[in-house]
Design a binder for this molecule. Structure first.
Ligand code: ATP
Ligand code: MG
Length: 360
């Protein structure tokens, strides 16, 4: 029997009391004592009503006491579960190989998650700042970037930019982010800076997507430690699986040595052309040998996906009917469908502005 059914079967009125009064009420009922000073006194007729409900249900004193203890802890667990549930899923988009579609995936996945009513923060953690420019943030003119956040020089709310999509926020990168590789090298806990920075933001979003650079540098390690999940775009080309073993090894080391539960959410086939024998072979190979999930969605090679960043737009605002757009929409649906297994429930976003486009 779960907490809900016990609470509603035994004490419907008490069930609606706030957390602090519930255990006090129970203890009062058991021992017939007074509420501790400073707490709201409970009216005697209300206690009598509760007593009646208990007696009617035939709960003996010891059983009642056990139920109270159980109920108290169940309530606490339930509260912490609610807090956990309200935290963002942090997904790092990572592959040490360059040009495989990490940024394209980070930008377009974020955009489709945002239009599904999720509050999304895209963190550009690559000094190339491609994700920032793809969403219209000019990295040459950006005065503040994630770099300043890591150094605690600028509060996070000043770093967050509104994008053209209502539910999508961006923390841009800038070329001087590369300086961290040298500046942080002797700092203690240098791998944890991004995690610490994002900690305060996790309650504000449903998803935090981190676009990582093409390397296995300190930046990438920071990104992986900050994340709960890693999504690995794999280009459907020869040599594409090279380096993935090394990435999985690093993920294993992070899991083991830092006791950080980083989940490989999956590999995503990008620039896939089903008419090409090579694409099909790479796909088959990946699905046979990759030791984790491979997303069902395959991102096709699509000119529109390559063009969209030059208009500073995600694909859904540039060519929403193109095959690339449809594929990224499906990917977002696949990611959202995992929420059930992760115990995440989302309240429907009922913003009047939803779907409106604001310019940065
Ligand atoms: P880097 O390692 O340099 O950060 P990346 O892995 O982030 O690169 P992208 O920047 O997303 O890769 O993509 C590399 C190039 O390929 C870009 O010019 C992009 O527009 C193009 N591209 C990405 N995905 C596709 C696709 N599905 N179809 C066609 N072009 C694509
Ligand atoms: Mg990139």
């Amino acid at each position: 029997m779960d907490f809900e059914s016990i609470a509603s079967a035994i004490s419907p009125p008490a069930h609606h009391l706030c957390g602090i009064n519930l255990p006090i009420l129970r203890l009062r009922f058991c021992f017939g004592g007074q509420a501790p000073p400073g707490h709201n006194p409970i009216k005697p007729d209300f206690v009598a009503k509760i007593k009646k409900i208990y007696q009617k249900n035939g709960i003996p004193a010891v059983g009642g006491m056990l139920l109270i203890i159980y109920e108290f802890f169940a309530l606490r667990l339930k509260n912490s579960y609610h807090i956990m549930r309200a935290m963002a899923r942090v997904i790092a988009i990572c592959n040490a190989k360059g040009g495989v579609g990490k940024t394209t995936t980070a930008v377009n996945l974020s955009a489709y998650l945002a239009t599904s009513g999720r509050r999304v923060l895209l963190v550009d953690f690559d000094p190339q700042a491609n994700a920032s420019s793809a969403l219209g943030s000019d990295h040459l003119r950006t005065e503040t970037s994630i770099y300043h956040g890591l150094l605690n020089e600028v509060p996070s709310e000043k770093l967050i930019k509104q994008t053209t999509l209502f539910n999508l926020h961006l923390i841009p990168a800038a070329p001087h982010l590369a300086g961290i590789l040298v500046e942080f090298v002797n700092l203690p806990e240098r791998e944890h800076f991004l995690r610490k920075f994002l900690h305060g933001l996790r309650h504000q979003y449903d998803y935090i997507i981190i676009d990582l650079p093409p390397s296995l540098s300190l930046l990438t390690i920071n990104g992986l430690i900050a994340a709960d999940e890693v999504l690995i775009p794999v280009q459907a080309e020869y040599y594409s699986l090279e380096g993935i073993g090394q990435l999985l090894e690093i993920i294993g080391l992070i899991q083991k040595n830092l006791r950080h539960h980083l989940r490989v959410n999956g590999a995503l086939l990008t620039m896939y052309d089903k008419r090409e024998h090579l694409s099909r072979e790479v796909g088959k190979n990946l699905r046979t040998h990759f030791p984790h999930n491979v997303f069902e969605t395959e991102i096709p090679r699509s000119v529109a996906l390559a063009e969209a960043p030059s208009f500073s737009k995600p694909i859904l605002l540039y060519r929403p009917d193109s095959p690339g757009a449809i594929a990224y929409r499906h990917l977002a649906e696949e990611i959202i469908s995992q929420e059930k297994n992760l115990g995440i429930e989302h309240e429907a976003v009922s913003s009047k502005n939803f779907g409106d486009f604001n310019v940065i």
